[in-house]
Design a protein around this ligand. Structure first.
Ligand SMILES: *Cc1c(COP(=O)(O)O)cnc(C)c1O
Length: 499
């Protein structure tokens, strides 16, 4: 119809007269502007790493201050990248907790190392989503390759295949999901668990020192928190295998169905290592999946002398270790190694029509968990392993352990302090002791921690062992040197002297 065409033409003409020429071209920021900003960012990151040690580890900031410094609503008009970078520098950078600080010795210290940062930046440029081999051939194959390098580095059999998740929490959840899938030939996947009289409670076993992520995994998987059995530990905080066997026997007698054991190699409080070989024997005999949570100490296993402390690791069905924890890879990068990857595939693989490809003989990483999209995390890990080499990584792990051992020797030699647990790796639990009442000793240690952390140069954390407040110092940052550990000790002693 002529009038309709005329109307369209009029609308088009009006559009063009009203809106053209546009104030800026559409599309991304122009290449020249981006390139200049990217160079500035390179300088900002390098400068930050150079002077991060000058910041207090914990920013001196009250809740709400960052938000209050920023506009509450988004900018209607474009802003210059230089302004963004200036605000980043002024408001954001000083107000993070500085995990890349040499004085960061709380929790488990980590490092976003230079090669890892390069990998992370390049991955951002590619912006690849490696859900399928087809959607990310190099990322998929590099993820397979670099997790196999790691497998070799920690001495696991060739059968193990790896993939990368965001966190150990998710890696452990997936391992327990694979264990759950073995029940009744995979029927939980089809029928679920609710409303079934034929399905007993499914139980999981971990030591009472296991990480809270195991609790969250059983909660998330619908197993029920009470069906995570917390097994007692021995005097050195390792799972008591006799108590484990007894718990399994009791549950079976009560009609429950044990499905998995989570052993920890390097517990979060003390870095104790459960007896892996004996636990594996129980798992084998009972037909249970053995998952080993080696989020921290798995990195140390690249050194033969520390791998020896994880004897029996090779007997596991699955192992998680976090290169983003102690292998100098930027957050996030958690590697899950599976003896039988098909068990994980069976639990999760599901391909809708729109994700079908004709590719055969390839890995589609979406098959190994619930997530479809996948960031290219293998690149940064590949850069880290290549830039330092296995020997360089081993030397750094050993140096961190040596610093922690030296710190422990200072504590041991000091009257009024004690070391509270074995410290086989780079983490030491210690406390001030007065011989007074428990409550007043705990209060003293809490005061020491608060004063030390308020000082600025270092950040320590705490835990509770045998119902006592215990301080923790963990070495794991590439910038941490003897002087930083010595500073921590000086601050602790001074705070203790003040009482
Ligand atoms: C740090 C840690 C975790 C949790 O790691 P995320 O990657 O943050 O989930 C789990 N288990 C152990 C033993 C850990 O030390």
């Amino acid at each position: 119809m002529y009038w309709r065409r005329a109307t369209t033409a009029t609308i088009l003409r009006r559009t063009m007269t009203n809106h053209s020429p546009l104030p800026t071209p559409l599309g991304d920021v122009p290449t020249a502007t981006f390139r200049a900003a990217m160079h500035r960012v390179a300088d900002m990151v390098a400068d930050y790493l150079d002077r991060v040690g000058e910041y207090p580890v914990l920013p001196r900031i009250a809740p709400g201050e960052v938000r209050a410094a920023l506009p509450a609503s988004p900018p209607p008009a474009p802003e210059a990248l230089d302004d963004l970078l200036a605000d980043y520098r002024r408001i954001i950078e000083p107000n993070v907790t500085h995990w890349n600080h040499p004085g960061f010795m709380a929790y488990f210290a980590i490092t976003g190392s230079a090669p890892g940062i390069l990998g992370e930046m390049l991955a951002a440029g590619l912006n690849v989503n490696a859900m399928l081999w087809r959607t990310g051939p190099a990322p998929t194959e590099l993820e397979e390759l670099v997790t196999d390098w790691l497998r070799q580095m920690i001495g696991l059999p060739a059968a193990f295949r790896g993939h990368i998740n965001d966190t150990a929490s998710i890696s452990s959840l997936l391992a327990i999901a694979a264990a759950r899938h073995r029940v009744n030939g995979g029927d939980v996947r089809t029928r679920g668990m609710a409303g079934r009289s034929d399905l007993p409670a499914l139980t999981v076993y971990a030591s009472e020192q296991a990480h809270s992520s195991v609790d969250k995994a059983v909660i998330t998987l619908g197993l029920g928190h009470e069906n995570l059995r917390k097994v007692d530990v021995d005097a050195e905080f390792r799972m008591d295998v006799a108590a484990l066997e007894q718990a399994i026997a009791e549950d079976r007698a009560a009609g429950k169905r044990p499905i998995a054991i989570v052993a920890t190699a390097g517990t979060t409080s003390t870095t104790s290592v459960d007896p892996l070989r004996a636990t594996a024997a129980v798992a084998r005999r009972e037909g249970l999946w053995l998952h080993v949570d080696a989020a921290y100490a798995g990195s140390a296993a690249i050194c033969p002398e520390y791998r020896a402390l994880l004897d029996g690791l090779e007997e596991a069905d699955s192992v998680v270790l976090n290169p983003h924890k102690w292998l100098f890879t930027p957050v996030d990068c958690s590697v899950l190694l599976l003896r039988d990857p098909e068990a994980m595939r069976a639990a999760f693989a599901l391909t809708p029509e729109y994700l079908r490809t004709g590719d055969s003989g390839v890995t589609n990483l979406m098959d190994y968990g619930p997530q479809l999209g996948r960031r290219f995390r293998a690149l940064k890990l590949w850069f880290v392993i290549r830039a330092f080499g296995v020997r360089g990584l081993q030397d750094r792990i050993r140096a961190h352990c040596a610093l922690a051992q030296e710190f422990a020797s200072w504590v041991l030699a000091e009257r009024g302090f004690e070391v509270c647990a074995p410290h086989p790796f780079s983490t030491v639990c210690f406390r001030a002791v007065t011989g007074g009442a428990t409550a007043s000793e705990d209060a003293l240690n809490e005061r020491i921690l608060a004063e030390v952390n308020a000082a600025g140069p270092v950040f320590l954390s705490h835990t509770r062992l045998r119902d006592r407040i215990v301080l923790r110092l963990s070495v794991g940052n590439l910038r941490t040197a003897r002087e930083h550990v010595a500073k921590a000790w000086e601050l602790v002693r001074a705070a203790a002297a003040r009482g």
